[in-house]
Write a protein that binds this ligand. Sequence first.
Ligand code: ARG
Length: 459
Amino acid sequence: MAKMWAGRTAGEVDRIADDFNSSIGFDSRMYRQDIRGSMAHAAMLGAQRIISEREAETLIAGLEEILSDLESGKLEIDLSCEDIHMFVEQELTARLGDVGKKLHTARSRNDQVALDMRMYLRDETDSVIEKIRALIGALLAQAKEGREVIMPGYTHLQRAQPITFAHHLLAYAMMLLRDADRFADTKKRMNVSPIGSCALAGTTYDTDRWFEAKQLGFADVCRNSIDGVSDRDFCVEFLSSAATLMMHLSRFSEELILWSSWEFKFVELSDAYTTGSSIMPQKKNPDMAELIRGKTGRVYGDLMALLTTLKGLPLAYNKDMQEDKESVFDAVDTVKMCLDVMIPMIAGMKPLPENMKAAAQKGFINATDLADYLVKKGLPFRSAYKISGQIVALCIAQGEVLETLPLEIYRTYSELFDDDLYADIDLWTCVKKRISEGGASPESVDAQISFVEEKLKNG
Ligand code: ARG
């Protein structure tokens, strides 16, 4: 069939080249945005008397019909069209005749595709934010249960200081709050309408760009028509927010994988989010967490792919930019899928407090508190640190722990040691004493819970 864009050219395009050029296989997912954008465009053309009001109404009714036929399955997308924009226009003209051919007045596929992408990604950004918030909700519920569950906090993956399970989980809640904020911020710059930029230079028709922008819920219009059709920085920002989110999900997944191992056994993931092995009957593998960690790589790849595609492009539109879609769509799908799996996996995760406590009791994680005890009694911190280190070395050599090492031995290191020492190095006391803002104490953790709750309530 002759191409809708066959103006100057007459010869047929090679079939393989045609497939290569076509984007309908993936951009058809934007059909709603494309049709809604066209409806606003038709309304603007009518309101500005560029076409008659009647014609505008006919176009809008035709577009509405196409939308409902697509939704109901009565109409199928014709994959022989080059892209979704061509398909809708071709279908409209098939249904309405010559009036259909008026839709593309004062418009180009260049501003049309920029518009569709912004509308599509705006919707998807909202959906991602909603899912992040649901995940924060699941973390919050677990944190509330874990307020008094002692576990070792780590640095260098070595047991470091006692914290609570709640404190640890809330760290992720804070990261995810920032992720949601990042997406919301990205949306601000995305929510600017490019339509009316036309091919690149604007148009000779008396259009009203604000009319269309308002109809489609945009907060602003792109102020330079060349910029409007040339840039995909809003896609880059989305992908960068997605990459950061995935980085957080991946770190969390890594911990879930460690925590589910026999070496840690801090949590038990529900059967619904693990798999068995085809050969080892004892196995319960955290595949979902591993896949989230694994899929992080592809989202990073999506970001790098688009940045690389854009880096050498002269202004304005170039066909290279069609490549934005698969990167963005892949990231949207991946991020949403990962969140959909993560939310119930966290909600159903069973903490094993006894094991966390047992791990906390080994590893001298109260050694800092032992030093702090001496500081409280008047010793400078560096001297106290040194003595504590020597005592830890002694315990290791003798298979002892700080909690039960006899006072006489303590006193051979410093006269400042007294009976009250044991209460001070009790693990729960160590946690309770971490009263600094954001620290491990139950009061501080409660304040963190309230902070997250408040953020979830008020956005
Ligand atoms: N399918 C194209 C894309 O995704 C639409 C824009 C085509 N514009 C053009 N001048 N060929 O970028």
